[in-house]
Design a protein around this ligand. Structure first.
Ligand code: ADP
Ligand code: MG
Length: 726
C-alpha cells in the first residue's frame, strides 16, 4: 500500500549530513563582515559624521538630517561594494517576526540612464503600505498611513542582496505600531531614572542602559516529515499525536553529543551569525529529543533583540539547506518539554558598572542592594503585567505546565542575597562613617557578597543569577521586546518613586547614603512577598501565592486586561513609554492574534480529523469487520471466542470515532459563532474557555485511535518518527 508517511520517513532516514559551508579561517577574519560596523564606518564615513553617530548611539542624541545625508552616501557606497542591489527598512510589527519592503538602489530614469539613488531622506524614513499590519484600531482612528524611521543605535546589515536598515514603525500621528519604539523609550526611561539615583549616591554622569542575553530554544524536524504533518505546517505544533514510548524519560538527550547532521547545521548557523555580528557563544542539546539551544553573549537590549530576530530568520534559511525545519513554537509536541527564550536582563552603565552585580566595598554593595530592592518592588507591584507580557496562545502550553515557570510571577534570590536582605531588615543603626575607608553599613556579610552562581532554582520564573535576573517565562517564539520593555518601564517608574523618597529623607537631614540605605530597607520590606525560593511547580505554592496577593490568573485573554489597568496606565504614561491609546491598541492586537492562532488550530484540527483520521479509522475498522465475518463463516459458533478482541477493538474504534465526531460538531458550531464575533476580548475569552478544552478532548480520542489503528495505515508521521530521526 502506498503510504505518504512511510515515504517521508524513508527519505528522512536516508539523509546524510550536509557538510557545513563555513570556512576554516579564524572567526575574527569574517566577524561582522556583513554589518555596517564602526570599523566599516571608519572606511566609509568622515570623522564628524562618525562622531555624530556615536553620540546618538551612546547618549541618545538626535541625529541631524544633514548628517543622515552623509551617512546615506557612505552606507550606500559600502552596500554597493558588498554587491547589494536593494535596501529595505527592517522593522518589527506587532504580528511578531520582522517585516521588510525592498526598494532598488537603481532609479530607472527612462532612457538608458539609471543612477544608484539613496539619500538621507530614504535612509531616515519610508512609508511602507502598512494598512495590513495589526494596529489595534490605531490607524482606523487616526490615519491609514504608518512610516518607518531609522534607528541609528542598531547597525545596518546586509542580507543576501539587500541592505537592511533597522527601523521603528509608527503611525502617521506618532503612535508606536511596533515592538522597537516602546523598547527604545523604555531604555531612555531607565537611563533617566537610574542616573538621578546614581547621582545622589555620588556616581556622576553615568549613562545607564538595559542589557539582554537571550537563550533561544528550538526544535528541528526533518523537512519531509514536517511537510507530511499539516498541523505542523499550519500551526507549528502537533495538534494530534500519541507520545512515543520513549520520549525524554532518560534525559539522555540533554547535553549529550550533538547528532552529526545537526552539528553541521549549527556550524553553518554560527558562521552566519558571526558574519552578521551576532556573538553566538553556546550551543547544546536541550532536554527533549530534537530540542536544541543557541545563546550569544549579552548585548545592549535593543541590539540583542534585533540580533535575536535576525537569528530566527537566518535559522529558517540555514535549516532548509540541511533538510530541517526549525520550530520556534513553545510546545510543538505534547508530553515533552516545550521551548522558552530565557531573557537574562540587567541594567548597567556605559562606564561598566553592573547595577545588578554585588561589589567589593560597602558602598558598592549598598548600590547593589538598592537596585535589587527596586527591581523586586517593581516586579512585585506589576507582577500581573509582567506575566501578561509573556502570555500568548502558544506560550500558554508551557506556562503552568510542569516543566516551565508557573503562571505566577515570583523571584528567587539565592541564599546569600536573601540573607543579606534579612540582615538589612533587622539592622537599625547602620551607617557609620569609618574614617577614610568610607561607609560601613554595619552588615557584616554584605561586603563579602560573592554570589554563588550554582545556587539556582530552576522552577523560578524570575531568578537572580549572580549579576542579572533570568526571566524564564518568555516563550521561544516571542519578540523579547515585549517583556524587556515592561521590565525597563516598571523599574524606571519604581526608581523615580524611590529617588523621590530618598530626596525627602535628605531634605529632613539624612546623609545621602543613609537615606538610600533606609529607603532600600523599606522598599524591600514592602515587597518581600514576591520572593519565593521553594518549588514553583508545587500546588502548595499556588495556594500560598494567592494568599500573598500575587496574580494567579491563567487565562491568556483575561491576563491582557492588565495592559490598561489603572496602575499600568500610571506607570507607562508617567515614564512616557506608552500612551493610553497605545496600550489600548496593543491589548487589542494581542486579543486579535490570540483569536487568529486558535481559530487556525480549530479549523486545522477539524479538517485533519474529518479528512485524514476518521476515514482511515473506518477503513481499518472495515478490515476488522471482514475478519470477524470470515471467522464466523469458517468457525461457526466458535467465532465468538476467537473474534472477541477484534470485536472489542471495533467497538472501541466506534466509540472514539463517535466521540471525536460529536466534539468536532461542537467545535464547528462554536467556530461559526466566533466568525460572527470579531476578534476582541469576548471572542478571545470564548476561544480560551471553550475552544481550547475541546481541542484537547478531540485530540485524546484521536490519540487513542492512533494506538488502535494499523501502523501502516496511519496517515501522519508519529512522534517516534518526528522526534528520533537524524
Ligand atoms: P544558563 O546557565 O542560564 O544556561 P547561559 O550561559 O547559557 O546560562 O546564558 C546566560 C546568558 O546570560 C548569556 O547570554 C550571557 O551573556 C548572559 N549574561 C551574562 N551576564 C549578563 C548580564 N550582566 N546582563 C545580561 N545578561 C548577562
Ligand atoms: Mg538560562
Amino acid at each position: 500500500m502506498a503510504n505518504a508517511r512511510f515515504d517521508a520517513v524513508r527519505v528522512a532516514i536516508a539523509k546524510q549530513p550536509v557538510e557545513a559551508e563555513h570556512p576554516g579561517e579564524e572567526t575574527s577574519s569574517y566577524y561582522g563582515c556583513n554589518v555596517f560596523t564602526r570599523a566599516t564606518m571608519r572606511k566609509y564615513l568622515d570623522e564628524d559624521t562618525r562622531r555624530a553617530i556615536y553620540e546618538t548611539i551612546e547618549k541618545g542624541a538626535t541625529l541631524d538630517r544633514s548628517i543622515a545625508d552623509h551617512v546615506a552616501v557612505g552606507m550606500k557606497r559600502w552596500a554597493l561594494d558588498m554587491g547589494a542591489t536593494h535596501y529595505t527598512h527592517w522593522f518589527q510589527p506587532l504580528t511578531g517576526g520582522t517585516a521588510e519592503k525592498h526598494d532598488s538602489f537603481a532609479d530607472p530614469r527612462g532612457k538608458d540612464e539609471s543612477i544608484e539613488k539613496f539619500s538621507g531622506k530614504l535612509l531616515c524614513q519610508q512609508e511602507p503600505d502598512a494598512s495590513s499590519f495589526p494596529s489595534g484600531g490605531l490607524r482606523n482612528t487616526f490615519e491609514a498611513r504608518g512610516y518607518t524611521a531609522w534607528d541609528p543605535s542598531s547597525p545596518a546589515f546586509i542580507m543576501g542582496d539587500t541592505l537592511c536598515i533597522p527601523t521603528v514603525f509608527i503611525s502617521y500621528t506618532g503612535e508606536a505600531l511596533d515592538y522597537k519604539t516602546p523598547l527604545l523609550r523604555s531604555d531612555a526611561a531607565v537611563t533617566k531614572a537610574a542616573s538621578e539615583l546614581l547621582d545622589i549616591m555620588g556616581y556622576k554622569n553615568e549613562v545607564t542602559h538595559s542589557y539582554l542575553g537571550w537563550e533561544q530554544e528550538y526544535f528541528l524536524v526533518d523537512k519531509e516529515l514536517y511537510a507530511a504533518r499539516p498541523d505542523l505546517v499550519l500551526t507549528e505544533r502537533t495538534l494530534l499525536g500519541h507520545v512515543s514510548s520513549k520520549n525524554q524519560q532518560l534525559e539522555d538527550h540533554y547535553f549529550a553529543s550533538i547528532p552529526p547532521r545537526v552539528l553541521e547545521f549549527m556550524k553553518d548557523l554560527e558562521f552566519e551569525c558571526y558574519r552578521m555580528g551576532i556573538p553566538a557563544k553556546t550551543r547544546h542539546n536541550e532536554v527533549a529529543p530534537n530540542q536544541f539551544e543557541i545563546a550569544p553573549v549579552y548585548e545592549a537590549a535593543n541590539l540583542a533583540i534585533d540580533h535575536n530576530l535576525l537569528l530566527m530568520s537566518i535559522m529558517k534559511t540555514i535549516a532548509e539547506r540541511h533538510g530541517f525545519e526549525v520550530l520556534f513554537h513553545e510546545k510543538p509536541f505534547a508530553g515533552v518539554n516545550g521551548s522558552g527564550k530565557h531573557c537574562n536582563w540587567s541594567i548597567g552603565t556605559e562606564s561598566g558598572i553592573g547595577l545588578m552585580s554585588p561589589g567589593k566595598t560597602d558602598k558598592e554593595n549598598l548600590r547593589f542592594l538598592c537596585f535589587m530592592a527596586n527591581t523586586l518592588k517593581a516586579v512585585h507591584d506589576n507582577n500581573a503585567l509582567l506575566k501578561a507580557s509573556v502570555m500568548t496562545a502558544t506560550n500558554a502550553h508551557r506556562l503552568g505546565a510542569n516543566e516551565a515557570p508557573p503562571a505566577i510571577i515570583s523571584s528567587f534570590l539565592g541564599t546569600q542575597v536573601h540573607a543579606a536582605f534579612e540582615e538589612l531588615l533587622e539592622s537599625k543603626d547602620m551607617v557609620k562613617i569609618a574614617g577614610k575607608k568610607g561607609y560601613s553599613l554595619g552588615i557584616p556579610q554584605v561586603p563579602e557578597l560573592s554570589v554563588d552562581n550554582t545556587d539556582r532554582n530552576r522552577t523560578s520564573p524570575f531568578a537572580f543569577t549572580g549579576n542579572r535576573f533570568e526571566f524564564r517565562a518568555v516563550g521561544s517564539s516571542a519578540n523579547c521586546s515585549g517583556p524587556i520593555t515592561i521590565l525597563n518601564t516598571i523599574l524606571a517608574y519604581q526608581l523615580e518613586k524611590f529617588t523621590e523618597a530618598v530626596r525627602t529623607r535628605i531634605a529632613s537631614g539624612a546623609e545621602p547614603l543613609q537615606a538610600v540605605l533606609d529607603e532600600t530597607r523599606e522598599t524591600y520590606r514592602a515587597c518581600q512577598t514576591i520572593c519565593f525560593d521553594g518549588n514553583g511547580y508545587s500546588d502548595e505554592w499556588k495556594a500560598e501565592a494567592k494568599a500573598r496577593g500575587l496574580d494567579c490568573e491563567s487565562s491568556v485573554p483575561v491576563c491582557m486586561d492588565e495592559y490598561t489597568s489603572e496602575h499600568t496606565l500610571e506607570v507607562f504614561t508617567s515614564t512616557r513609554v506608552l500612551t493610553e491609546v497605545e496600550l489600548e491598541s496593543r491589548k487589542e492586537v494581542l486579543w486579535e492574534i490570540y483569536c487568529k492562532k486558535l481559530g487556525i488550530e480549530a479549523r486545522t484540527l477539524s479538517d485533519l480529523v474529518n479528512n485524514h483520521i476518521i476515514p482511515v479509522a473506518i477503513k481499518y475498522q472495515n478490515i476488522l469487520l471482514q475478519n470477524v465475518r470470515a471467522l464466523k463463516e469458517i468457525y461457526g459458533d466458535d467465532f465468538q471466542r476467537m473474534a472477541a478482541s477484534q470485536m472489542d477493538l471495533i467497538r472501541c474504534i466506534s466509540d472514539d470515532i463517535a466521540a471525536a465526531e460529536s466534539e468536532i460538531d461542537k467545535l464547528d458550531a462554536i467556530c461559526a459563532r466566533l466568525d460572527e464575533m470579531g476578534e476582541g476580548r469576548d471572542a478571545a475569552v470564548l476561544y480560551h474557555d471553550e475552544v481550547v478544552p475541546l481541542v484537547e478532548r478531540i485530540r485524546s480520542h484521536v490519540d487513542s485511535l492512533e494506538l488502535m489503528v494499523d501502523d501502516e495505515m496511519w496517515p501522519l508521521p508519529k512522534y517516534r518518527e518526528l522526534l528520533f530521526i537524524h
